[in-house]
Design a protein around this ligand. Structure first.
Ligand SMILES: *[C@@H]1O[C@H](CO)[C@@H](O)[C@H](O)[C@H]1NC(C)=O
Length: 471
């Protein structure tokens, strides 16, 4: 009995001093469009609408409640409807209190909504996320939810019967507004897709290439080289079974197994994702500051480690970057996060694994695509294989047209620093814009005197187009 108690105490204290950073790293990359700098306090309401669980099976009668927010403060009868479409995150009031869509809606006396995607935030069809309950999580169902939402709002809210409809999305929800325009052209008059990946691809090796290129462009060549060299040194250490440098510079937990290729993947994949988070969410000064930190380290690994440790912010705990720690996070079936749902969608619909498949990036070669495919199998206990995922992705591209979506009245914008632009439609004029020096979804913010001329032009163009689409 006594022995038992002692063991228990030891095992608890071991877990208490380990820190698993996977959720933090994930959330930074999937946080949804940034909140506006200036926010107006007005009329936000939170409501729920009943939705079918399965829009494509008449015999399935179950329903669930989808959450949405609205702001009718500036609305005048017959004014247009603006819908900020939610993606793989929890919706928040801030995006109906400011930003460029808000400014346009205000000017045009519009009625604003922000819809939440099924299975994210509080829009949960089930009380947990067990694999069998994820069956109804896919983009086609989510687009059908949006169609039902638009029809119902027009029918039930006084003054909206004749209203034109404008959709705005960022990241995955920008993909959604594009695909919605394709599938339901009668329900929408125009859309703004900010940072939309449109081409599904399993091995999205271009992503880390852009991360590297953006670091060079903003932080300088020396910074890129130092990251590349640190990774190379750590790769050699791993090959030689030597964990000392990783322990000393990054405080890696002792459970890390250098001989397990899945642990090695989790480690180097996470390092690269940390830099991805820095680049994807970059605002002027961020990459510069990180590179300054990296370059002031006493050697390559010390500089690299300094930044990684600051980003992960584990305090005095050791950093658990093992595959098991990642798996534990993804296997949690409670409703608290978004990782499990999003990874499910990537296995079934999109791929988009940001692998080490390219030589043209500084993060080494230890997170190849086949290990992301393995993860699909391990997380959901279902027989995913490279072929099933490849054919899932094929179906998505066939259904929506990949880089030839053939939609009208959609404006496609990208930040040139943003790695996602590699899967997007890059165009100019009234079709869209690729703006230098900006990251992911940054154009959704209000016009500001800090905008570059290209950004000012983008905002002017979308305002002009929206005004035309609603008139
Ligand atoms: C709102 O209207 C004003 C005045 O016409 C115009 O200057 C401004 O650019 C408009 N803003 C947006 C976001 O369309």
């Amino acid at each position: 009995m006594k022995l038992f108690v002692v063991i228990l105490v030891i095992s608890v204290s071991v877990t208490n001093c380990q820190f698993s950073p996977f959720r933090t790293i994930f959330e930074k990359l999937h946080e949804g469009p940034p909140p506006p700098l200036v926010q107006y306090r007005n009329n936000i309401h939170m409501k729920y609408i009943e939705q079918k669980l399965d829009h494509f099976d008449e015999s399935e009668k179950r329903t669930w409640r989808m959450r949405y927010l609205s702001n009718d403060f500036y609305f005048k009868e017959k004014g247009p409807i603006f819908i900020f479409v939610g993606g793989e995150w929890e919706i928040s009031e801030s995006n109906l209190r400011g930003g460029h869509m808000f400014d346009m809606a205000k000017n045009l006396s519009g009625y604003m909504f922000y819809t939440e995607h099924r299975y994210y935030g509080r829009s949960q069809p089930f009380t947990d996320l067990k694999t069998e309950n994820l069956k109804y999580l896919n983009v086609k169902q989510a687009l059908a939810d949006l169609a039902h939402f638009i029809k119902t709002s027009k029918e039930t809210i006084p003054g909206l019967q004749e209203s034109k409809v404008i959709l705005v999305g960022g990241s995955y929800s920008a993909t959604m507004v594009t695909w919605f325009s394709k599938l339901y052209p009668d329900l929408v008059n125009g859309a703004w897709a900010s940072s939309a990946p449109l081409r599904a691809k399993v091995d999205f090796k271009e992503y880390k290439e852009v991360v590297g290129a953006s670091i060079t462009e903003v932080g300088g060549e020396a910074c890129y080289k130092r990251i590349e060299s640190a990774v190379k040194i750590l790769e050699d250490d791993i090959e030689n079974g030597n964990l000392e440098r990783l322990k000393e510079n990054i405080n890696i937990c002792p459970n890390f197994d250098v001989t397990n290729k899945k642990d090695v993947m989790a480690l180097f994949g996470s390092f690269s994702d940390i830099f991805a988070g820095l680049v994807q969410t970059h605002n002027k000064g961020n990459i510069e500051k990180a590179c300054e930190m990296i370059l002031t380290g006493k050697d390559d690994v010390a500089g690299f480690g300094k930044f990684v440790k600051a980003y992960v912010d584990a305090g005095s705990k050791c950093v658990d970057l093992s595959y098991d720690a990642e798996l534990t996070e993804l296997r949690k079936t409670d409703l608290k996060g978004e990782m499990r749902q999003w990874y499910y969608q990537t296995c079934n619909e999109f791929g988009w694994y940001q692998t080490s498949g390219s030589d043209n990036q500084p993060f080494g070669h230890h997170f190849p695509v086949d290990l992301y495919v393995e993860l699909c199998k391990d997380v959901y206990d279902t027989p995913f294989s490279g072929e099933t995922i490849e054919s899932n992705i094929q179906l998505t591209n066939e259904a929506f047209g990949a880089l030839q979506p053939e939609v009208k009245n959609v404006y496609f914008t990208h930040g040139k620093l943003d790695p996602w632009h590699a899967m997007g439609l890059l165009c100019s004029g009234d079709c869209g814009a690729v703006v230098p020096l900006y990251a992911h979804c940054k154009d959704l913010a209000s016009s500001s005197s800090a905008d570059t001329p290209e950004m000012t032009e983008l905002k002017r163009t979308i305002s002009k187009l929206v005004t035309k689409w609603v008139s």
